[in-house]
Design a binder for this molecule. Structure first.
Ligand code: GDP
Ligand code: MN
Length: 396
């Protein structure tokens, strides 16, 4: 689960990580009130207005703007809220902006150039350890840095039994070329950042940029936080931060039904039990000249109710031109699945796309008979290849 920048920053701050302060606003008037309040707290009259959407690269897309007075705050937040923000990380249609973060301007004008760094904490799956990845090249795409100047990216692996050690925090500050007060502040920054990551059960923190102000303070200007869904049960307060507006509505609905569904761009809907078989089915569809419209794992208990729910989810996608149901009857019996498909088909009514059902495993022959005798416009198959050929036939 991803957090908005403002939520991520609040989380960091609660662990003692210094952040660029800000207040979230739902409309231009709230933004002005937020700016006034920030000015009282921080003394700065300049603010940045930052679109709150789950996508990076907002600056490049025009979703981060500097406001030099309250009129600017009002105009800019009015422009940003409601816009469809297109960034290198969104689709071409962009993401609708529902709220902005009004933040203190921390790039003090007239001062010497502030320094920007990159820092992330993430799991290195190769050895099962968390690591801190950091670079002097902050404020730009880390992918670009990795490609063009990989020697400017450092990593520090953390032993889970000790957590981050003082010498490691100092090494980070040293490699970033810091000294004096900034060096000390960076060791505090990275230590609290790591603690926040571990204690919130996150799977990614990405702070880009981390800023060194001209008065040697280190702070987080941006925050991308991904929480580990499997640990959300022990973070009820964080689970409540979920913003469903940022997620694909069909995926949200499928999730609520306990279906493992990922929306894709193709034209063949798939209903499969088991993630591995679902992946193989997607390959098969591609080989047959189609493109999968989704990944859908109905799980081990593919009973009639789940089959019907899955059908309805797949049919919500207007691009679907055919549906391939590929179920292996191991625990679940194929004849029961077949009956489920037939019942669901009748219950939903007027399904206009062709359906190919491939059932294999326990009672597969009975299942095929049921489908063939159902009188419905459903093609059955027992072999993988046969199913693929039928998909190809209905598509062409
Ligand atoms: P992203 O584009 O989605 O990664 O959003 P960021 O939060 O990283 O902001 C984008 C850019 O806006 C940063 O790299 C900064 O250059 C700029 N920016 C952020 N905060 C401030 C600020 O307080 N003052 C000024 N002048 N620029 C800022
Ligand atoms: Mn950023």
């Amino acid at each position: 689960m991803n957090l908005h920048e403002y939520q991520g920053k609040e989380l960091l701050s609660s662990f003692g990580v210094r952040i660029q302060r800000g207040i979230v606003a739902q409309n231009a008037d709230e933004a002005v009130e937020a700016a006034k309040k920030l000015t009282e707290e921080t003394g700065t009259g300049w603010h940045v207005i930052k679109a709150q959407v789950h996508a990076g690269g907002r600056g490049k897309g025009g979703g981060v703007k500097l406001a030099k007075n309250l009129d600017d705050v009002k105009t800019l937040s009015g422009q940003i809220i409601g816009m469809d923000l297109v960034t290198p990380q969104t689709s071409a249609e962009g993401k609708r902006v529902h709220q902005v973060l009004v933040a203190e301007d921390v790039y003090y004008p007239g001062d010497s150039e502030p320094e920007e760094y990159y820092m992330s904490v993430l799991l290195n799956r190769a050895n099962g350890r968390n690591m801190i990845m950091y670079s002097t090249e902050g404020g730009m795409d880390i992918e670009t840095v990795a490609e063009e100047t990989p020697h400017l990216i450092f990593t520090e692996e953390i032993d889970p039994s000790t957590g981050i050690l003082p010498f490691q925090a100092r090494k980070v500050a040293f490699n970033l070329g810091l000294s004096g007060a900034a060096f000390k502040d960076m060791t505090r920054f990275v230590t609290s950042l790591y603690k926040a990551y571990v204690e919130s059960d996150s799977s990614l923190f990405e702070i880009n940029p981390v800023l060194k102000t001209s008065d040697d303070k280190i702070l987080a200007v941006d925050a991308k936080v991904t929480l580990d869904d499997n640990a959300l049960f022990r973070h009820k307060d964080l689970a409540e931060l979920r913003d469903l507006r940022e997620e694909n509505p069909i995926e949200v609905e499928a999730g609520a039904l306990g279906l493992n569904y990922v929306d894709l761009d193709g034209n063949v809907g798939c209903m499969v039990n088991g993630a591995g078989l679902a992946m193989a089915t997607m390959d098969l569809i591609k080989q047959a000249g189609g493109e999968p419209a989704n990944f859908l794992d109905v799980g081990g208990t593919a009973d009639a109710a789940r089959v019907e729910a899955a059908f309805k989810i797949i049919l919500k996608d207007p691009n679907v031109k055919a549906i391939l149901i590929n179920i292996f009857g191991g625990i679940v019996r194929c004849d029961r699945v077949a009956q489920g498909v037939i019942d669901a088909y009748k219950n939903i009514g007027n399904i206009s796309v062709p359906i190919i059902v491939r059932l294999q495993g326990t009672n597969a022959d009975i299942a095929k008979e049921l489908i063939d005798n159902s009188g419905l416009d459903v093609l059955s198959a027992t072999q993988f290849k046969e199913a693929a050929d039928k998909v190809q036939a209905v598509l062409s």
